[in-house]
Ligand binder design. Structure first.
Ligand SMILES: Nc1ncnc2c1ncn2[C@@H]1O[C@H](COP(=O)(O)OP(=O)(O)OP(=O)(O)O)[C@@H](O)[C@H]1O
Length: 123
């Protein structure tokens, strides 16, 4: 295996990882489209800079958690497809990270959007 890579090659590998996760993981597709809707809503509801920062960090955290979850699932499946309690623990912990990021997204989304959407609908 080739050891040293140029910066460009490393970037392409990272990009390939994003594409792989997007192509193979239904949840990432759902989160990605949810992120697009959130970005469009942010423009429509004229969020402040600090609100946009909170939303941006939240969306990024969910997508990153999903990708780390995918990486862990992939390594576990490469190691064994047999039942193993440690494989189960690794996958459950990774899924737990996604769950925590998703709960945070719901809380942040509620705090930032709820009042604004109600006001927008009552206009
Ligand atoms: N090799 C294994 N040994 C023991 N339990 C496993 C194993 N593989 C999966 N599991 C259990 O099944 C659950 C689902 O695993 P799976 O690999 O199907 O993930 P998934 O359904 O693709 O998850 P996600 O929806 O997060 O992508 C795991 O969280 C774990 O509890």
């Amino acid at each position: 295996m080739k050891k040293t890579r140029s910066l460009g090659e490393s970037f392409l590998c990272a990009l390939a990882g994003v594409v792989y996760a997007f192509k193979t993981q239904r949840n990432i597709k759902i989160h990605f489209f949810a992120a697009i809707i959130v970005v469009l809503l942010s423009f429509l509801l004229k969020l402040s800079i600090s609100e946009i920062l909170a939303i941006s960090l939240t969306v990024t955290m969910v997508l990153v958690a999903e990708m780390i979850n995918t990486a862990i699932e992939t390594v576990v499946d490469m190691y064994t497809t047999e039942y193993h309690p440690l494989a189960k623990a690794a996958k459950n912990v990774a899924a737990g990270a996604v769950l925590i990021s998703a709960v945070n997204a719901v809380i942040v989304g509620y705090i930032v959007f709820f009042k604004k959407i109600i006001m927008f609908l009552n206009m």
